[in-house]
Write a new protein. Sequence first.
Length: 152
Amino acid sequence: MTMAPATELRSFTDLDTARGERLDVYAEVRAPLLHLPDYVVTAFGDRYWQRTSPTPAERYNKRPAMALKEIDVRPAWRKTGTARRIHDALLVDRDEAFATLMVNPAAGEGKVHALYTSRGYQDLGFAARYYDPDISRFTSPDPSGQEQNPYL
């Protein structure tokens, strides 16, 4: 692990303040991708669970689950254990039987997916892609990797 500036995990009770802070981090971490439809700031916070295919098994839908969509870490804090601290802090003392985590299988050349799989997460499906009817194309690659042209 590398050394990074001291980090302090903070909790918020005011949603507007939390969202503003979170959007700042999202915009910094995703800066190279913000021109793509799936990454524009207005797409942040969509309900990916409702776009999951195949639909998760009933045992995952019967009761509330803790959903983590993304754990973004600013570049200066990467490889310092910060993502793990955030993950663990979000899940401590939760009552839900399950936690879901959306991970782009291509993130970090597959290393992020492999990391969470090694921690016990299991693949339940893929989030459906966004389709832009104005250009008659999907705006993100096929997450299943089944198509030779990932934008079909």
